[in-house]
Structure formats: C-alpha cells, structure tokens
Design a protein around this ligand. Structure first.
Ligand code: GLP
Length: 237
C-alpha cells in the first residue's frame, strides 16, 4: 500500500485525474471500477476537464460501478446511477453499453456481475473511497475477504453519512456491492480519502490488524494500491 499524504485535497484531484486520463489514453478499452460519494465529485469534475482538454477518446472505455442501493429507481436523484450520470457519464458522453451497475431482479443473480467483469477482461483500475467505518464500496464490517458481488444490509454509520444525498427522503436500508474479492482482483486500486471524519478509518486501514471487521484492511493484501490522503484524513498517521 503506497501512501500519498503530502497533498491538499485539490491537488489530489489533479494528480488522480491526470493519472486516470493517461491510463485511458494508453489503453482506450480500459475497464474501470468506479466509486460514488462526495469525495469523487470534484475529482470527476477534474477528470472530465482533463479528458476534454487532451481530447482523450472514451468511446471504448468500460465502466463498472462499485455499488448501488437495492430497491431504488435508478432515475431517483439520490441514486448512484443519477450521481454518475451527472458527474461523469453525462459530461463525457459515456453511453449505456459502457455502463454497468450491480442491479438485478433476483437475489440469485448477483454473481452475474462478477461474470460480466471477467468477460470484460477484468478490472484494470478500481477507484475507491472509504466509509467512516472503513467500508470499501458497500462492504460493511464483517464481510469476508472472499466475497463476490452481493446484497448487504447497510450499517448505521453508512446510512447516517449518506443521508445528505436523500434530502429528507427515506434512504434504502440495503445495497448491492462488488465483493472484496471482486475488488482485490483488479490490477490496480486507487483509494482517496479526505476530511477528518475519515481519519480513524484510515488509521485502522493502515495500522490496524487485518480483519473482516475493518474491510479496508483487505487492501493490504493487494500488490498495487495507491492511497491518496489529504492532511485531515492522514491526521493520525
Ligand atoms: C458510500 C459508497 C462508498 C464510498 C463511501 C464514502 O457508502 N458506497 O463507495 O466510498 O460512501 O463516501 P464519501 O466520499 O461521500 O465520504
């Protein structure tokens, strides 16, 4: 796990956006795992700007979002589908055939997401945030590191942090997420954490015992993880 903790939040967005844009330029059929959340709003804005400025072709890009809420209309303004359309897919003109979410009619079908990813050649790069309880994607504390795509009951802390996107409306209690094994199978992982609310989770990810109770510690088993932390998120390191 390579830690980058000398940059401001703004500088992190620049560096990660430039890195990703270069990767897409070098490999136009790149298969990307994508995160949602406040951390990624300015980063995606920067990525869109760099891709436009450098006229990078994204028409063959393949995207797989990490997670989504269960039992929610994807058109809902609080959905991750809406978030991605607003902040990345819409501005870049990413089309439906390039977009994937782990959304299925039947609970028996979640395994199909892993199959789809495998058929696309596997994830080249996965972008991650971290939850205040050290979750990655929607893999809450207690999730086995061998997990593939599955449905989860969201933790109290997760519901509390994500409520802001619902503006008073009821937040779904369940999510569907790539599993930890799905994420660890990626060639490269980039995790970005900003703000003091993430400082404890970041400390546990870096120094805590590797445990299912701290999902982000699974990343210590991966050979290529870049962690970008602003000073507040890196406070305890
Ligand atoms: C959600 C997402 C995660 C994300 C986390 C942090 O729960 N499922 O993938 O990493 O929130 O989000 P934020 O960037 O808003 O703090």
């Amino acid at each position: 796990m390579k830690l980058h903790k000398e940059m401001s939040a703004h500088h992190i967005d620049d560096v990660v956006a430039e890195t990703l844009a270069q990767q897409i330029k070098d490999n136009p059929t790149l298969c990307l795992g994508l995160a949602t959340g406040s951390t990624y709003i300015p980063l995606y804005e920067k990525l869109v700007a760099v891709i436009r400025e450098k006229k990078i072709d994204t028409r063959q890009l393949k995207t797989f979002n990490l997670d989504c809420y269960a039992d929610q209309d994807p058109e809902d303004e609080a959905s991750f589908q809406f978030f991605m359309q607003k902040h990345l897919f819409g501005p870049l003109g990413i089309t439906e055939r390039q977009i994937h979410f782990p959304r299925y009619e039947s609970d028996l079908d979640y395994g199909k997401y892993d199959t789809l990813i495998d058929e696309a050649g596997g994830l080249d790069v996965v972008l991650l945030g971290i939850g205040v309880n050290a979750h990655i994607a929607f893999n809450e504390p207690g999730t086995p590191f061998s997990s593939k795509t599955h449905k989860v009951l969201l933790a109290k802390e997760t519901l509390a942090s994500n409520e802001i996107f619902f503006q008073g409306k009821k937040i779904p209690k369940e999510g569907i997420t790539m599993g930890i094994a799905t994420i660890l199978a990626a060639q490269k992982i980039i995790l970005v954490a900003k703000g003091e609310s993430k400082a404890n989770a970041v400390y546990d990810m870096v120094y805590g015992g590797v445990s299912f109770q701290v999902p982000a510690t699974a990343l210590r088993n991966h050979p290529d993880v870049d962690v970008y932390l602003d000073p507040a998120a890196a406070y305890h390191l």
